[in-house]
Write a protein that binds this ligand. Structure first.
Ligand SMILES: CC(C)(COP(=O)(O)OP(=O)(O)OC[C@H]1O[C@@H](n2cnc3c(N)ncnc32)[C@H](O)[C@@H]1OP(=O)(O)O)[C@@H](O)C(=O)NCCC(=O)NCCSC(=O)c1cc(O)c2ccccc2c1O
Length: 283
């Protein structure tokens, strides 16, 4: 298997952002706190994800954490305020966008991952706990190292995620298991996570990136628009009106390329009545 040569794709403080071969890799780079995210971390992840979405060369995105010990340990408890997360107690004005006023920046990141028309793959080594567990849950696929540990800790540390952290988790493992994960706050091994349908594949830690890149390369060989429509289709029901809207607008994107839609546009521009009689009324 050919090694991948990552190139730096942007300068950030809390994350590393790299690209190679049509794959973008976003790495939470705070191993000293088990890759917990603070507001700045999430803001940077959103910027990188937006770049990867807009980049025509990029077809798949990997989300991961630096080092072997953690994918992500969730919200940074050391900057947790009484109404969400702040930037840091000693530098409250630092992040543009008002992180001096606590809120849950990660809410928007979850939606962005779900909305992203390109597959997002979680590459998990070590702990994926709390909001870090929810992060891998909202990704489309998860490749786990054999040292990975999965779990929710909310009811142990005074938090809970009743958003995608509950609904999408339930879709993955079923309601009884999802409630067990949340109510008991146990940790699960990568093999247990695989058995539950939480992850797609478990590999030895040393093979984690190679395996993940293999999956990404395989997806890059597939039709990008088919992948886009599939992702939107999977989410259409789960995400309600917003999910249907995305799928419907993707249908419109295809319709715009048809002779029938072009006739409407051209007739308007040429100040004539459109002639739709030339198009079949499909049974
Ligand atoms: C992750 C652990 C199980 C790892 O245990 P381990 O024994 O390997 O390591 P240490 O415990 O010694 O940790 C090393 C070092 O890292 C610091 N650290 C670890 N996790 C965090 C964290 N989340 N925030 C801040 N710092 C962290 C730890 O303090 C050590 O540093 P020292 O300097 O003190 O030595 C274990 O660490 C663990 O259980 N961590 C806490 C996990 C946690 O509580 N996560 C937050 C849950 S709540 C959450 O994530 C959340 C976020 C949101 O934005 C939400 C938004 C909307 C709804 C819900 C949300 C939500 O629930």
């Amino acid at each position: 298997m050919k090694n991948i040569a990552w190139e730096i794709a942007g300068e950030f403080e809390d994350i590393k952002y790299e690209k190679a071969e049509g794959i973008a890799k976003i790495t939470i780079n705070r191993p000293e706190v088990r890759n917990a995210f603070r507001p700045l971390t999430v803001i940077e992840m959103m910027r990188a994800l937006e770049d990867a979405r807009e980049d025509h060369e990029t077809g798949v995105i990997i989300l991961t954490g630096e080092g072997p010990d953690a994918f992500c340990s969730g919200g940074d408890q050391k900057v947790r305020g009484d109404a969400g997360y702040l930037d840091s107690p000693d530098a409250p004005q630092r992040t543009p966008g008002g992180a001096s006023v606590g809120r849950f920046h990660v809410t928007d990141l979850h939606v962005q991952i779900r909305r992203c028309p390109k597959p997002v793959v979680a590459m998990v080594a070590g702990y994926a706990v709390g909001g870090g567990h929810v992060l891998h849950v909202v990704c489309d696929l998860t490749i786990a190292a054999d040292n990975a540990k999965f779990g929710q800790v909310g009811p142990r540390v005074g938090s809970f995620d009743g958003g995608f952290g509950a609904s999408v988790l339930t879709q993955l493992v079923g309601p009884k298991r999802a409630k067990e994960i949340w109510f008991l706050c146990r940790m699960y091994s990568s093999d247990e996570a695989y058995e539950m349908g939480l992850v797609n594949k478990v590999v030895p830690l040393a093979e984690l990136e190679t395996e993940t890149v293999t999956w990404c390369r395989e997806m890059l060989e597939r039709s990008p628009f088919a992948l886009r429509l599939l992702k939107a289709s999977f989410h259409a029901h789960e995400d309600g009106f917003a999910g249907i809207q995305q799928l419907a607008h993707d249908a419109n994107l295809l319709f715009y390329g048809s002779e029938e839609a072009r006739e409407g546009r051209d007739a308007f521009k040429e100040k004539r009545s459109p002639d739709f009689s030339q198009f079949p009324r499909r049974p």
